[in-house]
Ligand binder design. Sequence first.
Ligand SMILES: Cc1cc2nc3c(=O)[nH]c(=O)nc-3n(C[C@H](O)[C@H](O)[C@H](O)COP(=O)(O)OP(=O)(O)OC[C@H]3O[C@@H](n4cnc5c(N)ncnc54)[C@H](O)[C@@H]3O)c2cc1C
Length: 530
Amino acid sequence: MRVPPGLTSQDFSSALQEFEAAVGKQWVFTSDEDMDLYRDSYSPFWHEAQDPVPSAAVAPDNVEQVQKVVRIANAYKIPLWTISTGKNLGYGGSAPLLSGSVVLDLKRMDRILEVNDKNHYALVEPGVSYFDLYEYIQERKLKVWIDPADPGWGSLIGNAVDRGGGRTPMRDHFDAHCGMEVVLPSGEVLRTGMGALPGSKTWQQYKYGFGPYVDGLFSQSSLGVVTKMGFWLFPEPEAYLTGTVGVPAREDIVPLVATLANLMNSGMVAGNTSVTSPVAVAARQDSEFAAQHAGPGGPPAQELQQYARTNHLAYWGVELPFYGPAKVVAAQWEFAREKFSAIPGATFQEGATRRFPLDSKESEKFPHTVAMGIPNLSVFGTGSSHSEGHIWFSPIIPMTGEAVLEAQQVFTDAYQEMGMAMGPLFFLGPSSSYPRCFLVLFGFPIEHDVEKNRKNREHFKRLIEVAAAHGWGEYRTHTAFMEAVMSTYSFNNHALLHFHETIKDAVDPNGILSPGKCGIWPKHMRKEKA
Ligand SMILES: Cc1cc2nc3c(=O)[nH]c(=O)nc-3n(C[C@H](O)[C@H](O)[C@H](O)COP(=O)(O)OP(=O)(O)OC[C@H]3O[C@@H](n4cnc5c(N)ncnc54)[C@H](O)[C@@H]3O)c2cc1C
């Protein structure tokens, strides 16, 4: 039997018995076979001693059982690692950061407590997946959309507390939440916002309640176990229209993104979109051209520009999503076209206008339905052709064309410096997953090969440093790199980390919740590390 760090096997056996008494014997797991299911299948430590393996998993069914588990963990000083549906692939899966932790698995808490299609919100438990909520809404023909992450099997709560993103106007998932219920490390239950007012009628309608706003402390956090969370939903729109803008020259990215930012920040374009490069895509598929430029860094910009001219391809493109009444989205697209027409040579292509509710035959025509609030797993295959899985390197950069060009140059130089070709990394165009900035996602390969993974980890750390040196930080990261990322948020001698540590020590003195998450260690483990 594996034992949590710092515990004797005798104490751990007693704790397991207490967990069984709290949640039922069949909901405490310790076998190797079960523990394998809680490992990270995209682990950058495959076949290495550092690959974190839990010592047990405990699956409570309700908030009272969560409280009991947390209190037992506190009494024995057992580190817990909370998961909702545990599908955090690319950022750690369901595995704890600290090997030997007990996974607190909340999948059984899968109740949809309320969906309101007059004020457009839902209140759910952690085990509710995007598929579950979508089906619930469809069965009742409610006129609201959810905003799924690309893989629809994840949970609203797990994804939102890790500050995940989607595609519709509600795509910033933590921002779209309203009200939380949290079990604190002491076992006490707290409700945030209006939920603190007994009998409150507006828990899911007004976020702030009274006094300091604490919800952010429970995101990417080791300060509590979230047992309920409210989410604002999007009223089902009449129509969804997409229009694609293409621009011919590399430098056109500057006015292209400036116009996009203006349309987004004024609410005209309100969904997720990416800046893509149609010429780069075509050049990659042209075997002759690709073979000529197979080395690290890919083709030089001038050659790509020439290729675009010769083949009448746009250098940059952006697909604009519009949601609302059919007349309004048509007018918004017309207005956008007018604005982008200021860029000489801009081209426009109107996509289909979809009206809602979609009939099922119509929805089958669109394999990627996430932008219309319909969860699926079509994007989940991304990267499978590249490796055994991937982890995401995900810096945030400014929403300007200059920043995109700079990032492209900086990361191309970094690949070259590390001797990496574009191949092992795949790069998704800068996207507007979050308002006012771009998220750049690089899928970093995972292999079942110790040497390759070691090298990839070094490269990943190097990219974190390179990004930070240019003023770009990651929005979220795999558990293996949390300390490295936190160390870059170092303004004023790491004042932010020290503040987090002060709160951690006060709220969780025994350091039982998710030790090490985001580089924040409990006091006793911090000393060991120093
Ligand atoms: C191909 C691919 C595409 C992806 N696309 C997206 C995407 O579009 N958008 C996106 O955001 N992500 C994406 N991801 C990342 C990830 O798969 C999703 O974010 C997924 O929803 C996270 O899994 P989960 O919801 O089961 O959360 P979990 O795995 O349950 O948890 C996520 C994190 O939150 C913490 N946590 C979970 N529940 C609680 C709780 N109740 N209380 C306190 N802390 C908790 C966990 O400790 C963990 O750190 C993608 C991954 C892959 C491989």
